[in-house]
Design a protein around this ligand. Structure first.
Ligand SMILES: [Zn+2]
Ligand SMILES: [Zn+2]
Length: 408
C-alpha cells in the first residue's frame, strides 16, 4: 500500500489523503482550505479529479467544510462513502443554504447517491478492507477509518477529541477496532493551540447552567451543526426551567438527530425532554413577551438580519454568548467574520471548547495505537508535532503531494 498526502501536511483545512493498492485508489476527504491558506488553486489528482476513476472511491470522515467542501468539483460517477446521519445533517444544511447558492443542489444529489455506513460497519473497496469507527468531534457522526490492504493496517484518525460527551469509551473502541496498527495518519490541529481544550463539554454545560440562574434572555451564537453543544445547552435550559428557542432550520437539524435511530440517540442527551425546543416566531405576541419576562429564555442565534432584529425586540435583560472559536471575531485572524462580530457586539461571554484533541491526550491515544510510524496531517505545525512525538515513534513528515510506500 502507498499513502500520498495531496494536501494538509502543513495546514489545518483542505486535507486530501490517498491510499493506493494494486491500481485501486481510496481517497479520504476532499475539503475546502481555511481562509488565508498559503496553497492556492484547485487540486488535480489522477484517479480523483481526472483520468480513470473506475477503481477509485472517496471516503468522507465528517461534514465539516474543510473535509467535504470541494466535492462538487469531482466527477459525478465517483463512489462516495459517508456516515448516514452525517450525510443527512449535511443535506439539511445544504438545502438551507441552497436558497442563496444554487450550486449546492448538485452536491445534495451527489450525497443522496452516497453509500452510507453506520458505526462499526466494515466494507470492501477493491483490495481495501475498511472499518468505520465512530469518534467524538464537534461534527456529529464523525469517523476514523481502519484501512487494511496488502497486510498493512492504517488508522486514519479524522478530526477527533477525548473531552466530549461521546469520548469516554475511546480506549475500548480502539482496543476492538484498532489493534495491530502499522501507520497512523493523524490529525494535529491543537499542536500549537495549547489552551484550546481547557474545559470538557460537560464542564462547559455546567458553566452555562450557572449563567441560567439569571432570568434573562441568553442568546447563544453557535454553529448550527454542532450537535453536542446544541443538545447540551438545550438540556441546561430544561433544567433551568427556561424555554429554548431555535429557528425552523435549526429545529429540523435537532429533529433529524432525535429521529435518526443513531446509536447515540439511546442517550437522553440526544432526545427531547419534558419540553421540546420551540420554533421562534419572528413576530412576538403578548404570550411570548410575558413568558420571556417571567422565565427568561435561551435563544440559539446566527448572525443573520432576522435574528438581529428579533434580538433587538426581545423584552427584558439580555446576555450574548460566543460558543465557537473566537478567531471568527478576531480582526487579526484570516477567518474574521465581520457580520458575526457585528451581531455579537462587544458585551458577550465566551463559552467554548475545542472539537480537537489536546496533545497530552493524543499521547495516550497514540500509546494505545502503538504504531510503527505516524504521519501528521491537519496541522499548521508539523515540526512541533514531530518534536512532541518523535522520541517515542517514527514521525514521518511528508510534503503535500509526497508519498510513502508502507512496509509491513
Ligand atoms: Zn472537523
Ligand atoms: Zn477539519
Amino acid at each position: 500500500m502507498k499513502i500520498t498526502i495531496h494536501r494538509g501536511t502543513d495546514q489545518i483545512g483542505g486535507c486530501v489523503t490517498e491510499y493506493e493498492s494494486n491500481g485501486w485508489r481510496l481517497f479520504v476527504d476532499f475539503g475546502e482550505q481555511l481562509p488565508g491558506s498559503k496553497h492556492t488553486g484547485a487540486l488535480e489528482i489522477e484517479g480523483l479529479t481526472k483520468g480513470d476513476i473506475s477503481k477509485s472511491a472517496l471516503l468522507i470522515t465528517h461534514y465539516h467544510g474543510d473535509h467535504i467542501g470541494c466535492i462538487k468539483e469531482l466527477p459525478k460517477e465517483l463512489p462516495i462513502y459517508m456516515g448516514k446521519l452525517g450525510r443527512d445533517i449535511q443535506n439539511i444544511y445544504l438545502k438551507h443554504i441552497s436558497n442563496k447558492d444554487k450550486s449546492q443542489k448538485v452536491v445534495i444529489e451527489m450525497l443522496n447517491g452516497a453509500h452510507c455506513f453506520t458505526p462499526g460497519d466494515k466494507f470492501d473497496i477493491g483490495p481495501f478492507n475498511i472499518t468505520a469507527i465512530n469518534i467524538d468531534h464537534s461534527a456529529f457522526d464523525a469517523y476514523a477509518f481502519r484501512i487494511e490492504a496488502d497486510g498493512v493496517n492504517v488508522y486514519h484518525t479524522g478530526d477527533f477529541r477525548t473531552h466530549g460527551f461521546r469520548s469516554r469509551k475511546i480506549d475500548k473502541l480502539l482496543k476492538i477496532y484498532a489493534n495491530n496498527i502499522d501507520y497512523v495518519v493523524c490529525e494535529g490541529t491543537n499542536v500549537s493551540r495549547k489552551d484550546a481544550t481547557s474545559m470538557t463539554e460537560r464542564e462547559l454545560q455546567t458553566e452555562f447552567q450557572k449563567y441560567l440562574k439569571q432570568k434573562k434572555s441568553h442568546i447563544v451564537y453557535l454553529s448550527s451543526t454542532n450537535i453536542d453543544r446544541l443538545f447540551s445547552f438545550y438540556h441546561a435550559a430544561l433544567r433551568a426551567g427556561m424555554p429554548f428557542f431555535v429557528d425552523k432550520y435549526q429545529m429540523s437539524i435537532m429533529d433529524a438527530v432525535v429521529n435518526s435511530g443513531d446509536m447515540w440517540t439511546k442517550s437522553e442527551l440526544y432526545q427531547y425532554g419534558a419540553h421540546k425546543p420551540k420554533v421562534l416566531s419572528w413576530h412576538f405576541n403578548e404570550k411570548f413577551v410575558n413568558t420571556v419576562l417571567r422565565k427568561g429564555c435561551v435563544l440559539i442565534a446566527r448572525s443573520k438580519q432576522n435574528f438581529d432584529d428579533a434580538i433587538e425586540k426581545l423584552p427584558g435583560e439580555k446576555q450574548k454568548y460566543l460558543s465557537m472559536w473566537n478567531g471568527y471575531v478576531d480582526k487579526t485572524k484570516e477567518a474574521y467574520n465581520e457580520k458575526l462580530a457585528q451581531s455579537l457586539g462587544t458585551d458577550y461571554i465566551e463559552l467554548h471548547t475545542s472539537g480537537h484533541i489536546d496533545m497530552s491526550s493524543m499521547h495516550e491515544v497514540l500509546r494505545l495505537l502503538n504504531p510503527k510510524a505516524i504521519i501528521p496531517i491537519h496541522t499548521d505545525n508539523p515540526d512541533a508535532f514531530a518534536k512532541l512525538f518523535g522520541d517515542e515513534w517514527n514521525v514521518i513528515l511528508l510534503k503535500d503531494g509526497e508519498s510513502i510506500a508502507c512496509q509491513k
